[in-house]
Ligand binder design. Structure first.
Ligand code: C2E
Ligand code: MG
Ligand code: MG
Ligand code: MG
Length: 281
């Protein structure tokens, strides 16, 4: 009967919810352990000047090493955000980036900017800006070497708050990128009030290139008009790269250039060979 079917569906739904909640609880508990046991690490993906082919910066991307498996941030960052543990994890990422900058400077005399992703909840946290300043001071990091990637959606959550926070970061000398630009719901009129330095075109628009290009070209023009640095993310092939080059897109990042790499591989490939040549970007 319809009623029995409804009851069954409800039972199925309830069971699914229970399973999902259980997975969440397990992940939540193991995130706490993971943090305590130092199971996180950063991979680094280079960003290139499209015209010259030089490495100009990199992005730090978190990984969770769980029993010899590497877990993608997509599988745990949303849960870390829901539970609030993103705050200490995010702080750890910033500190790790500072340590890495210091290490590159001391060991190789290289100053290559590192971009760090900031989650929505982390961006809303009042201790973010003081924490960043304190870490930069402690590790004696030139602020322009640290860039914060904040998604368009986080910025638009509370525009007044975002402007205020970005002003503080910018006046302290840090760089700010809007990440995943184009998939959020940016209010274009506010964009010019946001003290940002860089715009990252979301991978999905780069993916459509070179055949479907209206959105990528519109974002490029917008960024150029606003005098921003523009990064195209997710470049996977030569045709996409050539289109971007032709359109004077400044910076590129993607598997076509390089996957995100563990620190030692990144260093061997992009830092050690450039000893004392990259500095003063
Ligand atoms: P995102 O900041 O937009 O980072 C770019 C993502 O695209 C990375 O995935 C990178 O590996 C991937 N990618 C780069 N080039 C290509 C390409 O050519 N093709 C394709 N298909 N993918 C490419 P990843 O490392 O899995 O990170 C996913 C997302 O997780 C990031 O997106 C960011 O939102 C978040 N995330 C990563 N690390 C952190 C972190 O330390 N803190 C926070 N809050 N979020 C992080
Ligand atoms: Mg990013
Ligand atoms: Mg992105
Ligand atoms: Mg993304």
């Amino acid at each position: 009967s319809a009623k029995a079917a409804g009851t069954n569906q409800w039972a199925f739904f309830k069971q699914q919810m229970t399973e999902r909640a259980a997975v969440r609880l397990r992940t939540e508990a193991s995130l706490h352990d993971a943090f305590k046991n130092n199971e996180f690490l950063l991979h680094f993906q280079p960003k290139f000047n499209i015209k010259t082919g030089e490495v100009v910066a990199c992005e730090a991307l978190i990984r969770w090493k769980k029993e010899e498996r590497l877990i993608s941030p997509m599988a745990f960052i949303p849960i870390a955000e829901e539970t609030g543990i993103i705050i200490p994890i995010g702080r750890w990422v910033i500190e790790e980036a500072c340590k890495t900058l210091k290490h590159w400077q001391r060991r190789y005399n290289v100053a290559l900017p590192i971009a760090v992703n900031v989650a929505s909840q982390q961006f809303a946290d009042p201790s973010l800006v003081p924490d960043i300043k304190q870490l930069a001071l402690r590790y004696q990091i030139e602020p322009h070497l640290l860039e914060f990637e904040i998604t368009e959606t986080s910025l638009m959550n509370d525009i007044e708050l975002a402007i205020n926070k970005l002003e503080q970061l910018k006046s302290a000398g840090f760089s700010i990128a809007v990440d995943d630009f184009g998939i959020g719901y940016s209010s274009l009129s506010y964009l010019k009030h946001l003290p940002i330095t860089t715009m990252k075109i979301d991978r999905c628009f780069v993916n459509d290139l070179p055949h479907e290009s209206p959105i990528a070209s519109t974002i490029l023009m917008l960024g150029q008009q606003l005098n921003l640095h523009i990064v195209a993310e997710g470049i996977e092939n030569e045709a996409q790269l050539n289109w971007l080059k032709q359109m004077d897109c400044e910076i590129g990042q993607g598997f076509y250039y390089s996957q995100p790499l563990p620190l030692d591989e990144f260093e061997a490939k992009y830092i050690a060979p450039n000893t004392a040549t990259i500095s003063q970007i």
